[in-house]
Design a protein around this ligand. Structure first.
Ligand code: HEC
Length: 178
């Protein structure tokens, strides 16, 4: 009985701790890593894949959606629905459009050409960015992020190449010759 009470207490403490932590996560407060993801991946991706029709030429914006700012995305286009629900990729029209999973009447596949569709990796970045609260740091903060991460980012890319190269060369030999 005493043990049971103790366990119960421990469980309660655990539950309280978890519930004290989770509101922050649920409120989709933008995270630092999501900011970095935006700087490193999302903004370049939007420039490459979306802005040709959604902002490069402000006079010819397709579907009414201006993707040059977070404000534009939150305003949405002709649907008059926010294209992004921060924290909730699955409820975000932008996500349904890039995964090409919107039903035909709702969210047309984006970019429209099948050949231009996002890769799995790019989709994962978009999802993580929305899940991380869809932060859109201002130009000054973006420059700061780029500056503080420049070495890291190039080193990461360099290491990734080296590691996979090394494992390709070494592992099979080590595994089979002994
Ligand atoms: C070649 C032009 C073109 C490109 C590139 C393009 N779009 Fe679109 N987009 C459109 C058009 C046109 C519409 C209007 C819907 C339709 O007619 O299909 C639209 C509509 C949308 C909408 C719905 C807006 C609303 O509220 O009605 C979203 C979201 C969207 N685009 C996201 C994107 C994203 C994200 C990208 C990049 C990954 C992208 N688009 C790239 C042409 C484009």
């Amino acid at each position: 009985m005493a043990n049971g009470a103790l366990n119960h207490h421990a469980l309660l403490t655990l539950l309280l701790t978890v519930s004290a932590l989770s509101p922050a996560a649920k409120a989709a407060a933008p995270t630092a890593s999501a900011e970095e993801l935006f700087a490193r991946r999302i903004q370049p991706l939007f420039r490459e894949k979306c802005l040709a029709c959604h902002g490069d030429d402000p006079k010819k914006i397709k579907g009414g959606l201006d993707m040059r700012t977070l404000g534009g995305l939150l305003k949405g286009g002709e649907s008059e629905k926010p294209s992004i629900v921060p924290g909730k990729a699955e409820s975000s029209p932008l996500w349904l459009a890039v995964t090409r999973e919107g039903d035909a009447e709702n969210w047309a596949a984006m970019p429209p050409k099948e050949n231009d569709k996002l890769t799995k990796k790019q989709l994962a970045w978009v999802k993580a960015w929305i899940a991380g609260g869809a932060p859109w740091p201002d130009a000054k903060r973006l420059a700061e992020i780029a500056r503080t991460n420049a070495d890291n980012w190039s080193a990461e890319d360099g290491i990734m190449v080296k590691t996979s190269g090394a494992s390709l060369l070494n592992r099979p030999a080590a595994a089979t010759s002994r």
